[in-house]
Design a protein around this ligand. Structure first.
Ligand code: LLP
Length: 418
């Protein structure tokens, strides 16, 4: 459930008309609902109540400082994949002792900073990374707490770009080889083995791949315990899907009870790294119609948002619902909703039936709270969109729209060209 709904034909974010935000802040703009962020976090967290657990919000899905602050206030931990994300988490007041650090390409400086901040654990993804971590930890006279991210080889049945737990994927360490690698980890002087981690993919719409992965990973936990390692954490990653169109993903409670059942007797603290399921439907993207353009073949609705702002449809061909901010027209058309970027791939929808918009109307691209702004770029020298957080009857600008000055910040013309 979210807090975006129509009242008398007008879309509201909680108690604020979306049209008001569009007029006052301009477009394109991301709008998040605080009540929805909190609600989604709490529903997810409570679903695991009967089990020792830690919810590490996946920062890559939405990394705005205000959004991170909401979750840190809720007691959440964070899943990070870069030094930049660690920086954001600390700036937002996140507790480093609840941070897990994944990623196949952690750099020395990033490892150093994370170790220095005292994070909960490194999810190590290769032999060489483990060696580097051991060496860095030795250098500062510390022990680095780790899990190996194992690759359980289950098919999450999602888009190939976002499935990560198959054998041929770059992520994690093959589950069979992980036995040897764990042995080596246990022998390293500055490594402390505390968990086992995996993440199989994103936007999963059934619990089966999760329970499948969980039972495979549990075997590794038991195996390690038999070797005398004190394994305290099992990190199952993120990946629970949401409804964009007509998907029917399990409710967090259904997901949780399946996992709790599968974990029985294992006696670990379960770590989860949800991103999309918490923020996806807590945000929308608003854009204004610039032109209606009709060719012999097609109708195009040209809007002021583009693939640089919200790349999911262009990159994955994914569906995002598009709704009028103010309902006025009865007539429906079939159109491509496209942005101003000079690429044919720059579209939000293809051959979509929508109410005929007029020039100047505002449209809302729904389910845009996850992997929306975080994947935005400046392609075509487009300043990135503003971000707004609605709190009941108020709204706050939580990221200003970029200016033209921002676009060239850091660029220099060398002396010989001056
Ligand atoms: N943990 C790890 C290690 C991950 O790689 C990811 C996502 C998550 C947690 C969070 O997954 P979630 O709960 O959000 O599914 N840009 C794509 C999604 C990429 C997901 C990458 N990893 C999209 O827009 O669909």
């Amino acid at each position: 459930m979210d807090f975006f709904e129509y009242r008398n034909g007008e879309l509201f974010a909680e108690g604020v008309p979306v049209r008001r935000i569009a007029r006052e802040v301009g477009t394109p703009t991301y709008v998040y609902s605080l009540a929805t962020l909190r609600r989604h976090y709490r529903v997810f967290d409570r679903a695991f109540m009967q089990l020792p657990h830690l919810i590490c919000f996946s920062v890559k899905s939405n990394s705005n400082l205000a959004v991170l602050r909401v979750f840190s206030r809720e007691g959440a931990g964070f899943d990070i994949v870069s030094g930049g994300e660690l920086y954001r988490v600390l700036k937002a007041g996140g507790d480093p002792k609840k941070v897990v650090f994944s990623g196949v390409g952690k750099k020395r400086e990033e490892i150093e900073r994370a170790l220095d901040a005292g994070i909960l654990m490194f999810n190590v993804e290769s032999e060489q990374e483990l060696n580097l971590l051991n060496e860095i930890a030795r250098g500062v006279g510390r022990k680095a707490p780790i899990s190996l991210r194992v690759n359980p080889d289950v098919d999450p049945e999602t888009h190939p770009y976002i499935s990560t737990g198959l054998k041929r994927s770059k992520f994690g360490i093959d589950i069979k080889r992980s036995v040897e690698e764990y042995k080596r980890a246990l022998s390293l002087s500055h490594i402390e083995v505390i968990g086992v981690a995996c993440h199989i993919g994103s936007q999963l719409t059934s619990v089966l791949p999760f329970t499948d992965a969980l039972s495979r990973v549990s075997v590794v936990v038991q195996n390690l315990r038999e070797q005398g390692a004190w394994i305290r954490y099992l990190d199952l990653g993120g990946g629970l899907g949401i409804r964009y169109k007509d998907e029917d993903p399990p409710h967090p409670e259904e997901y949780a009870s399946a996992l709790i059942r599968a974990l029985e007797g294992l006696n670990v603290t379960l770590i989860l790294e949800p991103g999309r399921v918490i923020v996806g439907n807590a945000g929308i993207f608003i854009t204004q119609v610039l032109y209606l353009k009709e060719t012999d073949e097609k109708m195009f609705v040209v809007v002021d948002g583009a693939m640089n702002d919200l790349i999911r449809p262009a990159l994955y061909g994914s569906y995002q619902a598009i709704q009028p901010v103010v309902v006025s027209q009865e007539e429906r058309i079939v159109a491509d909703v496209v942005g101003p970027v000079c690429e044919s791939g720059d579209f939000f929808a293809k051959d979509r039936e929508i109410p005929r918009p007029r020039q100047g109307d505002y449209l809302a691209v729904m389910s845009a709270g996850a992997y929306g702004f975080t994947m935005a770029s400046n392609y075509n020298s487009r300043p990135r969109a503003a971000e707004i957080l609605v709190d009941e009857r108020d709204y706050h600008v939580i990221r200003e729209r970029e200016t033209l000055e921002d676009l060239i910040s850091g660029e220099r013309i060398p002396p010989a060209l001056q």
